[in-house]
Design a protein around this ligand. Structure first.
Ligand code: FES
Ligand code: FE2
Length: 455
């Protein structure tokens, strides 16, 4: 293998089209300042071994060292609105009972009875006491021990010192974030600057409108990485090139655990700029709106400005909220953030989703992919929290409520993944060969993974 560039030119090359920052600089309604930041840095991580996607040994290492000590999104606050509501979050052998322990407090307990280890809860529901189903050891919602049958037989147990072990909990943007490691770095430090970047579109003002899940025949990292770059768009989603730029996406490494992708939408891919008119961009993209929200496209249309008006009006009506203050970028673009190791909330309003990826049980060849749609809370405050919709393996995402349009694009991504895993298992080469710029988020992710597993 040859290297044509010296170290000091790695990551410098760019596509010849308009940068994301130049697109938003000429928008009619200015984007939030965080979207103008450029925070790319080349990451010297050329040797990402394929074994990490296919070996049980590597999976077991992640089970022992990654999931038990990183911050992860367990659920939304809407899942546990009332005191006593609980939601069990699980990944590999980690199992946490996330509980609304009081009006203003959420706790997360390790889901293992202090008697003989039985799991104390499954799924979700409401309980005022956490009582083991085996012999009846019981704890309060604050984790304090309440008692057991035949207490005379346990003289060695100090009730006051017999609390359920707790994970760390942080509330951000309506998400319940958990870290099984009680000595972990505080979430605010771990996640910087994610929380600052989301100030223009507070996620706590949203609710879980739709939630779909599917077990995928690929390692969780391969599944996640299929959604971290725009490089695959021209081959996997060619129809989108007529209204979304692909090779000029911006990639930023914003913090130790945070990266992002920004894609300009409402303009064609750069190589189609002479072929696709502004009117075609506008008419193609407005097909995403309900029929009675579409309008005749003016001949001299500025597609980005016109489309952002159309989407602003339509989504305000569909979601019963006021989006009149939003910028063009927030109404149209893909603004995708990532928090190591597996949480990807999107900014703006165009695609109001959040991804979460996990291994499926303890199989390195399978993963669980979830997408949550978070819509603004309507002005009347009325909403229903979505139940998770489980798609069968291989079933179209367009079958999931709320994913009728986006599902077609997700299906294109999903079609690749079994082939990715099959090819990784068949590989004779030792490493991946990632690009310097467009796949920098993968480089960064694996750098953090290496560091975490080495600790
Ligand atoms: S295992 Fe829980 S009470 Fe016995
Ligand atoms: Fe894709």
């Amino acid at each position: 293998m040859t290297k044509s560039n010296s170290i000091d030119t790695r990551g410098v090359a760019r596509s010849s089209g308009p940068s994301y920052q130049s697109v938003i600089a000429s928008d009619r309604v200015a984007a939030p300042s965080v979207l103008s930041e450029v925070a790319y840095e080349w990451i010297d991580n050329d040797e990402i071994d394929i074994a990490r996607y296919v070996s049980q040994e590597y999976h077991d290492l992640e089970a022992a060292r990654l999931w038990p000590k990183t911050w992860q999104m367990a659920c939304r606050l809407e899942h546990i609105p009332n005191v006593g509501d609980f939601y069990v979050y699980e990944v590999c052998d980690v199992s946490l009972i996330v509980v609304r322990s009081s009006d203003h407090e959420v706790r997360a307990f390790h889901n293992s009875c202090l008697h003989r280890g039985t799991a104390l809860a499954e799924g979700s529901g409401n309980k005022q006491l956490i009582k083991c189903p085996f012999h009846g050891f019981t704890w309060g919602l604050d984790g304090q021990f309440k008692g057991m049958p035949a207490q005379w037989d346990f003289p060695h147990i100090d009730r006051d010192d017999f609390c359920l072990p707790e994970a760390k909990v942080a509330l951000w943007g309506g998400f319940v974030m958990v870290n099984p490691d009680s000595s972990a770095t505080p979430f605010e430090d771990y996640a910087a600057p994610l929380t600052d970047h989301f100030k223009p579109y507070p996620q706590e003002d949203r609710y879980l409108a739709h939630h779909a899940c599917q077990v995928v025949d690929a390692n969780w990292k391969a599944t996640q990485e299929a959604f971290m770059e725009g490089y695959h768009v021209s081959t996997t989603h060619p129809h989108t090139l007529r209204f979304a730029n692909d090779l000029d996406c911006a990639y930023d490494i914003l913090g130790s655990n945070v990266s992002r992708l920004l894609q300009a939408v409402g303009i064609p891919a750069n190589h189609l700029i002479d072929e696709v008119s502004q009117a075609e961009v506008a008419s193609t993209m407005q097909k995403m709106l309900p029929k009675d929200h579409r309008q005749t496209v003016p001949e001299d249309v500025d597609a980005r400005a016109w489309l952002s008006d159309r989407f602003r009006a339509s989504l305000s009506e569909q979601w019963r909220c006021d989006l009149s203050h939003t910028s063009d970028a927030e109404m149209l673009d893909s603004i995708q953030y990532f928090l190591f190791p597996n949480f990807s909330p999107w900014g703006g309003y165009a695609i109001p989703i959040t991804y979460r990826f996990r291994p499926w049980q303890n199989d390195p060849n399978k993963s669980l992919m979830e997408i949550m749609r978070l819509h603004p809370i309507p002005r009347d405050g009325e909403f229903v929290t979505a139940q998770a919709h489980w798609l069968e393996p291989g079933e179209s995402w367009a079958n999931a409520p709320g994913f009728e349009q986006l599902g077609i694009v997700i299906d294109q991504d999903m079609a690749n993944l079994p082939l990715v895993q099959k090819g990784l298992r068949a590989a004779k080469q030792k490493n991946l060969n990632l690009s310097d710029y467009q796949e920098v988020r993968l480089r960064h992710f694996h750098q953090r993974l290496n560091e975490t597993l080495a600790d």
